[in-house]
Design a protein around this ligand. Structure first.
Ligand code: AMP
Length: 405
């Protein structure tokens, strides 16, 4: 379980590493959303600034490496990190050199030409297939860019890739401020949460979140399931779900989780009513069901108004709340009401003294839709997958690689 993550791994911290004047290679998570070359949410960049600025103040040469999207091992202009370089320069108030490759002569040249107190951003690591293969020779080429490695890519810690795992074989390393903050929050929440402890898990697929559900059911007082995945749980209780999303092969797991909740005295809430359509399209006519069942021919796209009230009440009563995954297809305005209610209630709960934690890119986008500022939530995790795997009690390869024996 999560405590093991902390007790087994001994991790050095960037602020203790005496890095003045050094070349420091930093793995960051700059996998930011882009629209026509413009960054639409720069949270992930901002969150690394504390570490970047510490290094710049220490007169280090800061070499940043990151991935963007899924370019499948070859250069693809739409996944270039170049727009990030310009934006980073403004945020960090420092010169940012951009290298059009992350390894090889071009990268070596740009790194050599940068001065101490300046930043180099290397082009997308995933332009090379070796990155995702955790290839040691590739990691060695990356390692040439620095004398020390800082792991600041919380969102990539659950991946054993060359820049997150193999790299640690070639350089001494430490974790940055963002990774420290993420781990502290998640660890505190999972080990000694103030109670009642409520988890809200939504999103599209049960299969993505099955392990975390098994883990949460051992920890929480109340578990709310919403979004597309709720329908597999409703089906597991023989409730009609019409044409809503169903993962038939996960019905047995859903039954097991319901049973475990019962045995552990965990209150488990599924949507009590739904917003339904006959076709998923932005201008679809939306109806509200009377009860838990979805009539034949209809698709559940959001929780209904009664469920919103119920969820908001549970959020209000909780002292610790963990939320991952929207409770409806929030990207479409007329299916966003449930997710907006959850986001707003989370902000109110934070104001009232609850510890609120939110994870996953989609969940962060819901905040935007709901016009809730991230600072009105106790902690917005920058890594959905990594935070879920941490809660599941899995060892994160990006940390294991850095752990001191
Ligand atoms: P995830 O990445 O698993 O957190 O899933 C997020 C996605 O779940 C979002 O794109 C939502 O549109 C989708 N989602 C939420 N509710 C539903 C639903 N009732 N039916 C289908 N997809 C949904």
């Amino acid at each position: 379980m999560p405590t093991e993550n902390k007790t087994v791994l001994k991790l050095a911290k960037v602020q203790d590493a005496h890095l003045t004047g050094k070349n420091v290679l930093v793995r960051v998570d700059y996998n930011v959303p882009l629209k026509d070359g413009v960054i639409t949410d720069d949270t992930r960049i901002r969150e690394t600034l504390k570490t970047v600025k510490l290094l710049l103040e220490g007169n280090c040469k800061v070499v940043l490496m990151a991935h963007l999207g899924r370019p499948k091992g070859k250069p693809e202009p739409k996944y270039s990190l170049k727009p990030v370089a310009a934006h980073l320069g403004k945020l960090a108030g420092a010169k940012v050199h951009f290298a059009t490759d992350c390894v090889g002569p071009e990268a070596d040249k740009v790194v050599a030409s940068a001065k101490n107190g300046e930043i180099v951003l290397l082009e997308n690591l995933r332009y090379h297939p070796e990155e995702e293969k955790n290839d040691e020779a590739f990691a060695k080429l990356l390692a040439k860019h620095g004398e020390f490695f800082v792991q600041e890519a919380f969102g990539a810690l659950h991946r054993a890739h060359a820049s997150t795992a193999a790299i640690a074989k070639f350089l001494p390393g430490a974790i940055g401020f963002l990774v420290q903050k993420e781990l502290e929050y998640l660890d505190k929440t999972m080990v000694s949460p103030a109670r009642p402890f409520l988890a809200i898990i939504g999103g599209a697929k049960v299969s993505d979140k099955i392990s975390v559900l098994y883990s949460l059911i051992e920890k929480v007082d109340t578990l709310i399931i919403g979004g597309g995945m709720a329908y597999t749980f409703l089906a597991a209780q023989n409730t009609n779900i019409g044409n809503s999303l169903l993962e038939a092969e996960k019905v047995e797991d859903a039954k097991n989780i319901i049973l475990k909740a019962h045995r552990n005295n965990v209150e488990m809430l599924l949507p009590a009513d739904h917003r339904v359509v006959t076709e998923i399209k932005p201008d679809a006519r939306v109806e509200v069901t009377q009860a838990m069942a979805v009539p034949d021919g209809w698709i559940g796209v959001d929780v209904g108004p009664r469920t919103e009230l119920l969820f908001a009440d549970k959020i209000k009563a909780a002292k610790t709340i963990f939320w991952n995954g929207p409770v409806g297809i929030f990207e479409t305005p007329s299916f966003a009401s449930g997710s907006i209610t959850v986001a707003t209630a989370m902000a109110q709960a934070t104001k009232g003294g609850a510890t609120t934690i939110l994870g996953g890119g989609d969940t962060l986008s819901v905040l935007k839709t709901a016009k809730v500022k991230p600072e009105n939530i106790s902690h917005c995790s920058t890594g959905g997958g990594a935070s879920l795997e941490f809660i599941e009690g899995k060892q994160l390869p990006g940390l294991v690689a850095l752990s001191q024996k």
